[in-house]
Design a protein around this ligand. Structure first.
Ligand SMILES: [Fe+2]
Ligand SMILES: [Fe+2]
Length: 305
């Protein structure tokens, strides 16, 4: 094991206490979603390649993708919250910074779940039609949590780095995104930066209790978690297309339907899977567990990009 971090629980806790925002500061009241603007950066939405659609129709696809961003993030955070609480529990009696840092982490994820929910309410008020979504977050969470804790911790680290990449993409795109959506990406990223550090410490500690075989197994189980999410994303793309038809009344022919499914499934894979799995910081943590594990992830990641 050769992981060395130049930060402590104390420093992470101090940094996280400096970043404090409330859901009400970000959405609600005067802060409404502006449906004349895109919600997701094009690097994630990939509506440009849907050349058979009009500009207005492409904007509707961007908004539908914005809605499933809110829904799917709410969904993954539903397994992060209980996992982090369970991880904190044995450390409660220590009474130090470690337990407090993980409790703050869990509290922030509960706030993020609330944030995504509030945005979805605002979305539904403005969009004028219900968006179809895959079911049930609780069931998916329990399937994820059935895996080895190290596998779940790796999935959580993946999600933290991926959130960072989403914010960077939205800034880089600079395409006048809706102000509230940009603010959501930014504020989420501000807290996830601390989570990634705690995720790495959690992985270090979980891995130190594992032998080589258990680490190898945990890597394979992490890949199973990613595959489970990948299948969910594919189903969500078909549902998005139904929502698109309901809202616009536009019927797509067979070739357009296949193009929509292919382009949008790929865009979702990149948003939620590839961007985390290929993040250099994620790969370097995996490589510190086992150099072979990094090779294994690099070998399967193209399927998820
Ligand atoms: Fe979060
Ligand atoms: Fe997080």
């Amino acid at each position: 094991m050769s992981m060395h971090y130049d930060y402590t629980y104390e420093a992470v806790l101090a940094a996280s206490e400096k970043v404090s925002w409330r859901v009400e500061d970000i959405i609600g009241g005067e802060k409404r979603l502006d449906f004349t603007k895109p919600f997701l950066p094009e690097a994630l939405a990939q509506v440009g390649p849907l050349t058979f659609l009009s500009d207005d129709e492409r904007l509707v696809v961007n908004h539908i993708r914005g809605h499933n961003y809110l829904y799917l993030f709410g969904l993954v955070e539903e397994f992060i919250l209980p996992f982090v609480l369970d991880y904190a529990r044995p450390h409660l009696a220590e009474g130090g910074c470690r337990a407090r840092a993980y409790l703050k982490f869990a509290r922030e994820e509960a706030k993020h779940i609330h944030l995504f929910k509030r945005f979805r309410q605002e979305f539904e008020d403005g969009f004028g039609a219900p968006c179809k979504v895959i079911g049930s977050p609780t069931e998916i969470a329990s399937r994820v949590l059935a895996h080895h804790p190290l596998a779940v911790a790796l999935a959580i680290l993946h999600i933290g780095w991926m959130t960072q990449r989403h914010y960077v993409d939205s800034v880089r795109d600079n395409q006048r995104l809706d102000a509230q959506f940009s603010s959501l990406l930014k504020h989420h990223w501000l807290e996830e930066a601390q989570h990634s550090k705690l995720d790495m410490l959690m992985i270090e500690s979980l891995a130190s209790a594992c032998d080589e075989t258990q680490i190898e197994r945990a890597i394979e189980e992490y890949i199973l978690i990613v595959s489970l999410l990948c299948e969910g994303l594919r189903q969500q793309t078909f549902l998005d297309l139904e929502t698109f038809r309901d809202v616009t009344g536009r019927q797509l022919d067979d070739a357009e339907t296949s193009a929509y499914i292919a382009i949008q499934s790929q865009a979702k894979r990149w948003t939620f899977l590839g961007s985390g799995m290929t993040h250099k910081n994620f790969l370097s943590t995996v490589g510190s567990l086992r150099p072979e594990a990094r090779k294994r992830i690099e070998q399967v990641s193209p399927k998820f990009c």
